[in-house]
Write a protein that binds this ligand. Structure first.
Ligand code: SF4
Length: 369
């Protein structure tokens, strides 16, 4: 407990919140005979809950289930294989976020393709890829755009910049994901019993509190938009328990310093201008209608899927259980490969690669940490 309290900007408040959460959780258990079960939707919360020790401290009081909000983890195996194939073409430079480099494809990862000679460059932002394109006019530069609503506006801004600069050697391969469609699928499947949702602060900055109305209106599911500091997360869990005990299906914004009711309208307009909803394949879930955004036909010249022909077969089957972990039906230690055949140094699935992945979070900070 001391470690987590030391990370709190206000340790006294942190201790009070922990005590209060445990008390409310007991009250819930007395009423229902079971622990309250909350899903943290976003990968940043998964990592924060493990790193700060909150998840371990609440074990036996509140069941915290990791959700589908790690963008690397939910990228479909076929997309990974397509990206690796794309990298093999002559005269191409492939750019992507660092986490994608080590995700195993059916045969190899982008990192291995790079070692074999493909020009693949990890970048911090899509703008870096634009700079690489400007500096290499004789090469095709392709950026692999993954991410949720947090990242999608940045991708749209990059498309805008490429268009305005008239760049003809830059394109983007988009496999973006939206939060609402996947939450609908999870809630409708009823595979996991959930009492409430810890909603992603970063995504909420873009979509706003109003972006979650369907949760209460159609599913009766309460949620709290939370920040990422230990005290903010504890306050979010505490608020969620209060809502659940009061039987109130509401969305509470506990990150109101940065999240507005309407979200970021300019970011929404930017996405709307360059992107349109498309069916997306999610690892472990399958294709969800209109669950991603891809480049509008007016900007097809910026769409790598239109510029390059890539054909991949059925992915190689592995024993990786990332698909179940993403849906919240399994935990990392339930995978027989966890910490044995699969470690951060030798990952078998994306959940062990990503800095937001459940398996990596468990490995570093919980079971094997
Ligand atoms: Fe996949 Fe490795 Fe996680 Fe198992 S431990 S689910 S193999 S990433």
């Amino acid at each position: 407990m001391r470690e987590i309290l030391e990370q709190c900007s206000d340790p006294v408040l942190g201790r009070k919140l922990l005590d209060r959460i445990r008390k409310l959780a007991e009250e819930y258990k007395d009423r229902t005979g079971r622990e309250p079960a909350f899903m943290e939707v976003c990968g940043s919360h998964t990592m924060a809950l493990a790193r700060t020790g909150i998840k371990a401290l609440l074990r036996g009081h509140v069941k915290l289930i990791s959700g589908p909000g790690c963008p690397v983890c939910v990228t479909d195996q076929k997309d990974i294989d397509a990206m690796i194939q794309l990298a093999d073409g002559d005269g191409r430079i492939l750019c992507t976020f660092g986490d994608m480099m080590r995700v195993p494809g059916s045969r190899r990862s982008l990192m291995e393709a790079k070692a074999e000679g493909a020009d693949i460059r990890p970048v911090y932002s899509p703008d870096d890829a634009l700079k690489i394109a400007a500096g290499n006019p004789d090469k095709e530069v392709i950026f692999l755009g993954i991410g949720f609503e947090t990242t999608i506006p940045v991708l749209a801004a990059t498309l805008k910049a490429a268009e305005e600069r008239g760049m003809d050697n830059f394109s983007m391969w988009m496999t973006t994901k939206l939060v609402e469609p996947v939450l609908r699928v999870l809630l409708e499947s009823k595979e996991v019993r959930l009492d409430g949702l810890i909603l992603p602060g970063h995504v909420s900055i873009v979509i706003g509190r109003k972006g979650y109305r369907y949760l209460t209106e159609e599913y009766g599911m309460p949620g709290v938009i939370s920040g990422f500091e230990p005290v903010q997360i504890l306050a979010g869990i505490h608020r969620l328990l209060e809502l659940v005990l009061a039987g109130r299906a509401e969305i509470v914004n506990e990150y109101s310093g940065v999240v507005r009711e309407e979200g970021n309208i300019r970011a929404q307009q930017l996405m709307e201008r360059y992107l349109e909803p498309v069916d997306e394949a999610w690892r472990g879930i399958g294709v969800i209608p209109k669950s991603g955004l891809d480049i509008r036909p007016e900007y097809a010249h910026l769409n790598a899927k239109r510029r390059f022909s890539v054909k991949v077969g059925e992915p190689r089957k592995t024993k990786c259980r990332c698909g179940e972990i993403i849906r919240g039906v399994a935990t990392p230690p339930e995978c027989p490969l966890f910490g044995k055949a699969c470690t951060p140094a030798r990952p078998i699935g994306p959940c062990m690669v990503s800095s937001e992945g459940s398996c990596a979070a468990h490995y570093h900070y919980m079971e094997a940490g």
